[in-house]
Design a protein around this ligand. Structure first.
Ligand code: GLC
Length: 440
């Protein structure tokens, strides 16, 4: 009897162990990756780069042939116009640095399958098939490292050019079910991913196109394991069918703080990811800064996209935005990098952030106030209030503080015209009595 009980307990114990292991493996979110993701959470700003042959005609990256707006043959004719002859990776990295960004993510290969490096696994790359004739990733990665900017590589899981990938265009499939051909594709995909890890040792892998297949078909778990085995610190975006680390809302500014602790909004400057000379619908530097303020106020990162021309020059409008953004981020560094999400809008009518220790509150004053700005429900006493960037001290006044009530008074802060920033003014409140404490 005793023996049976003991073996039953042992069986149950192992059952539970495997069960827990399975849950863990299926749900990478349980691996909070906190230390791995630490730099990412502090980084706040990244620059996304869509650089590919689609810039030659100035059409949509990959989608233009997938959606039959151009034939595949004509799309691929763009290979001949991709020269990279004015490509200056050190200048790219310097400009990115100037913008204030702490990381950058470049399209190593988009859905069209054209790789920016000399892949062993396919000749469809800029080295073998375009006048550029050289590896374009390597010098950029090196330049980023010199500027101490984290290196991210975008990689499209799906490859509409690969002969054994099932989907070719929206209307045309190469095959429905053919496990041999699919396995051939998987080997190729894993091969390229491993090649990227070995060659460039990226800090971040930014997958795309996962929607076309299931986690099982992509071998998502295996991909995640491969990446972490190659670099235990690597960060993976969410587009790996549940096996990524952080959420990537695209082109849509969240209204409320997303559920995932780590997230990143990816966004174009105009309406195109790649270079499209006719697209002049640029957001202004103010609009981008305004969006950025909201993103960090909600605890996220902004991955702002540029689309260099096929010769490697960055369009003037984009350079201008990066420089203007850079002036603003430099001046307001302390209110941006390393901060956490701010306070709810009910307390302050605008974006805000908090220092990592929660003892400094940063209020983002958009526009030109007609009178003092108001803050509600702050239980802490205030040590001092000053303008970020200039350090100018600001006067404040507390109203509606009844001695018999627990409700904190209203803090009115004077923000005179001559302290206003050309874009968004940031006011710091150094708080007394420890971390911020809000009245509910
Ligand atoms: C989408 C598109 C792609 C673009 C990407 C950037 O998934 O497929 O063209 O590169 O978003 O986030």
């Amino acid at each position: 009897m005793k023996k049976i009980t003991i073996s039953l307990i042992t069986v149950l114990f192992f059952f539970q162990l495997t069960y827990l292991e399975n849950i863990h493996a299926q749900n990478p979110e349980t691996d909070t990756g906190s230390s791995r993701l630490e730099w990412f959470g502090e980084a706040k700003l990244g620059i996304f780069i869509h650089w590919g042959i689609y810039g030659v005609n100035g059409i949509d990256e990959s989608w233009s042939f997938f959606n039959a707006l151009i034939s595949y043959e004509d799309y691929m004719k763009q290979l001949d116009g991709f020269t990279a002859k004015n490509y200056k990776p050190e200048e790219w990295a310097k400009l990115i640095k100037e913008s204030g960004a702490r990381y950058s993510v470049i399209t190593s290969k988009h859905h069209d399958g054209v790789a920016l490096w000399d892949s062993r696994f396919s000749d469809l790359n800029v080295v073998k098939k375009t006048p550029a004739g050289r590896d374009l990733l390597e010098p950029f990665v090196e330049s980023l490292r010199k500027e101490k900017i984290k290196v991210g590589l975008y990689y499209s899981l799906l490859d509409w050019s690969f002969p054994d990938y099932p989907n070719f265009t929206r209307a045309e499939k190469r095959y429905e079910n053919d496990s041999l051909r699919w396995e051939k594709f998987v080997r190729f995909n894993l091969g390229q991913i491993e090649e990227l890890m070995d060659n460039y040792k990226p800090d971040l892998i930014w997958f795309d196109g996962d929607w076309e297949q299931s986690a099982k078909k992509w071998h998502a778990k295996q991909i995640r394991e491969l990446l972490l085995q190659k670099n235990p610190n690597v960060i993976i975006n969410s587009r790996l069918q549940g096996y990524g680390d952080y959420a990537t809302p695209e082109q849509g500014l969240p209204i409320y703080e997303p559920e995932k602790k780590y997230w990143e909004l990816c966004m174009t400057m105009n309406d195109s990811w790649g270079y499209q000379g006719n697209d002049k619908n640029y957001k202004t530097p103010y609009q981008i800064i305004r969006i950025f303020a909201d993103v960090i106020s909600l605890g996220g990162n902004l991955l702002l996209d540029i689309g260099p021309k096929p010769d490697g020059t960055i369009p003037e409008e984009q350079t201008h935005i990066l420089k203007e953004l850079g002036k603003w981020t430099k001046k307001h560094e302390q209110a941006i990098f390393g901060t956490k999400a701010g306070i709810p809008r009910e307390y302050f009518d605008g974006p805000s952030t908090l220092s990592a220790d929660g003892k400094t509150l940063y209020l983002f004053v958009t526009g030109k106030p007609n009178g003092p700005i108001m803050l509600k429900g702050l239980k802490n006493k205030i040590n001092s209030i000053y303008v970020v960037g200039s350090g100018i001290k600001l006067a404040h006044d507390i109203k509606m503080k009844a001695w018999w009530s627990k409700t904190p008074g209203l803090v009115f802060i004077d923000v005179p015209d001559d302290v206003l920033d050309g874009y968004i003014t940031v006011i710091a409140l150094s708080l007394a009595d420890g971390e911020i404490d809000l009245f509910k």
